[in-house]
Ligand binder design. Structure first.
Ligand code: GAL
Length: 634
């Protein structure tokens, strides 16, 4: 059995002692104890301090700090330090540096400056992970392993020749013959037909105003995701070869910068899911995005315990205006994640750096020291988490509603030449999540790989803008419906199969024709808001459809598609299927979902001000007007 997360709630964060003197280390351990810190993530960016030249390791300082932390009763989440290759590596092997879409080789100086298909990077990273595992695997202070850091945050896609060769190998394994590749990519378009594998290039920047083949680009997303996962697996296996005791993870990115990796797939490869979440200052509903992040992470983890590896004590340093958190807001953030299944709350970072590009990022210990509100709030949080210890290992209450979240649809919709540039997949998914959130309806997030048995547990399943829909998913959803499951879908769902080939005979294919009783014939995207016959306002989309087996709830009242169905429902003896042919503005979405939820008898607990989440036997109540959170046993 693979090791799992120890049953406790963790509190602490990234600790970068290599930036500080020994004197500060002692002070750190004292303060960590004062705040109740029980875990720190060590060494994330320390490669250059651990391997000073190829094969020349200097572990002395790490021995010392691990010992000091252990004596202080503080556990270590030991990073493999491979997120930022040292300068000597890329000076010696310049081909390790990544190349962007335009063919420019990028330089050392930031972080993650490596090509994800580089065998040299992989070999050196794995060697370092092996060394660390052999040296510290038996140390009583080690609690878990932290491979790399936020894979793909800065180097998701590399376009160098080494990547091109790996890409062709990946394609050969996927398609076996060039005929199959040509067929899947539709290469009879624009003279793209390939006659030799060596003619196939990565989707590099091409002539002005044109873009590479979209099916190919979609595959490049899949390929890059696989390459990066291989890097993770190589390090993981190197650790596992010498340490069979400690769980291994890598921190995902929940709702920001998460386009490149299919975390549902990644979740199968980690001993437990861990994630980072940062609030977006520009978003007035950032607390709902926060809730979504927690629910999404629980979805990746399939309900198993997971860990919030990073968030911020207050402001970050990488947004246009880095807002500080309100009093009470951080406690709400941490507890919102715990209520949604996180086994604690960790931060970036323990002590604010005085140099480097993250020096103005908040931390537990600020530049001022510890006589300030952030420190006081951290001490308070440490105490509260200790009081919630019994929650460890318990589950968040299951929801009655599921949203299908599909990375591949997101990848396909991030490309140019779609009917509208305003088709924003994660934003649209969240527009539905937000409507339900404000109605006090809790939601589980599932992947397109969800089984029929898993789907059957939900009263209602939503497929918002699920643009790519495999025949398998289509069949699963229709079977779910046939067994009495209720559905809501939207415009631009079910449009293409997994090769991004448009399904014929009405947009949305069998799913929309049979499941929703509509035959969609033409898109009519809009730039200005438009009205519906029920008084609602709609944005971005109108379309033409023949109603073949549904009831029309509202039509478009103006624009080129005036009179066409905007909201419909198809009722079968035991189920209902609603179709939303536009992007409803927030109040309209709320009104629409209120009717759906009432009709299906779905439980509502909470509203826009008061959010309720249940985990184990604890009921958490968040007041978003007063920035408070309280909990009590049920
Ligand atoms: C994360 C990263 C951390 C730190 C943090 C700042 O993306 O993992 O190392 O940079 O952002 O918000």
């Amino acid at each position: 059995m693979a090791p799992t997360l120890p049953k406790k709630l963790f509190f602490g964060g990234d600790y970068n002692p290599e930036q500080w003197s020994r004197e500060v280390w002692h002070e750190d351990v004292r303060l960590m104890r004062e705040a109740g810190v029980n875990l720190v993530t060590l060494g994330v960016f320390a490669w250059a301090n651990l391997e000073v030249a190829e094969g020349v390791y200097e572990f002395g300082w790490l021995d010392e700090i691990i010992e000091l932390l252990h004596e202080g009763g503080i556990g270590v989440d030991l990073a493999t330090a491979t997120a930022s290759p040292p300068a000597w590596l890329t000076v010696k092997y310049p081909e390790v540096l990544p190349v962007n879409r335009s063919g420019v080789r990028l330089s050392h100086g930031g972080r993650q400056a490596y090509c994800t298909s580089s065998p040299i990077y992989k070999e050196r990273a794995t060697a370092l992970a092996s060394q660390l595992a052999a040296r510290y695997g038996k140390h009583p202070g080690i609690v878990m392993w932290h491979v790399n850091n936020e894979y793909a945050c800065h180097n998701a896609h590399c376009f160098c020749d080494v990547s091109a060769a790996a890409w062709r190998k990946w394609l050969q394994a996927r398609y076996e013959t060039l005929d199959r590749l040509n067929e899947s990519w539709g290469t009879n378009f624009w003279s793209q037909r390939y006659h030799d594998w060596n003619e196939v290039q990565p989707p590099r920047e091409t002539t002005m105003g044109t873009a590479p083949n979209p099916s190919m680009t979609l595959d490049y997303f899949r390929f890059s995701d696989d390459q990066i996962l291989e890097l993770y697996k190589a390090e993981r296996d190197a650790i596992r070869a010498v340490d069979t005791e400690h769980p291994i993870t890598t921190n995902f990115m929940s709702t920001y910068g998460a386009l490149a990796l299919n975390y549902f797939k990644w979740a199968n490869e980690v001993d437990f899911v861990s994630t980072d979440h940062y609030l977006m200052a520009h978003d007035p509903d950032r607390h709902i995005d926060h809730a979504f992040g927690g629910d999404l992470t629980r979805g990746w983890a399939k309900g198993k315990p997971w860990l919030l590896m990073e968030h911020s004590t207050s402001a970050v340093n990488w947004q246009p205006v880095n807002r500080a958190k309100r009093d009470g807001e951080e406690l709400q953030n941490a507890i919102s994640h715990v209520a949604r299944g996180s086994e604690g709350a960790l931060f970036f970072q323990w002590r604010a750096s005085i140099r480097g590009s993250e020096k103005f990022h908040s931390a537990l210990v600020s530049h001022e020291g510890t006589t300030n509100r952030i420190w006081n709030q951290m001490v308070e949080l440490g105490g509260k988490l200790a009081g919630l210890e019994d929650l460890a290992g318990t589950q968040t209450a299951p929801a009655e509603v599921a949203i299908v979240f599909d990375y591949e649809s997101w990848w396909a919709l991030s490309q140019p030449n779609l009917p509208s540039k305003l088709l924003d997949y994660p934003k649209f998914v969240q527009s539905w999540y937000r409507a339900l959130w404000s109605l006090g309806v809790r939601v589980d997030i599932v992947s397109p790989e969800v089984t029929l048995a898993e789907l059957a547990k939900f009263k209602l399943v939503l497929t918002p803008m699920t643009y790519l829909m495999s025949h398998d998913l289509e069949a699963k959803l229709l079977d779910y419906q046939a067994n009495g499951g209720n559905l809501v879908t939207s415009f631009f769902s079910g449009i293409s199969d997994e090769t991004d080939a448009v399904k014929l005979g009405g947009y949305g294919g069998r799913y929309v024709r049979e499941g929703f009783g509509l035959r969609v014939s033409e898109f009519a995207p809009i730039a200005e808001p438009a009205a519906l016959s029920n008084g609602a306002t709609a944005e971005i989309w109108q379309q033409f459809a023949a109603v073949t087996g549904a009831e029309v709830l509202a039509t478009f009242t103006d624009g080129v598609a005036a009179g066409q169905p905007a909201l419909t429902v198809r009722k079968t003896p035991n189920a209902a299927a609603w179709y939303v042919a536009t992007w409803l503005e927030p109040n309209a979405a709320k009104e629409f979902f209120q009717k759906v939820v009432l009709e299906l008898g779905i439980k509502q607990d909470g509203n826009e001000q008061t959010e309720v989440v249940v985990r184990g036997d604890m009921r958490f109540v968040f007041d978003h007007q007063r920035s408070t959170v309280e909990w009590s046993q049920i």
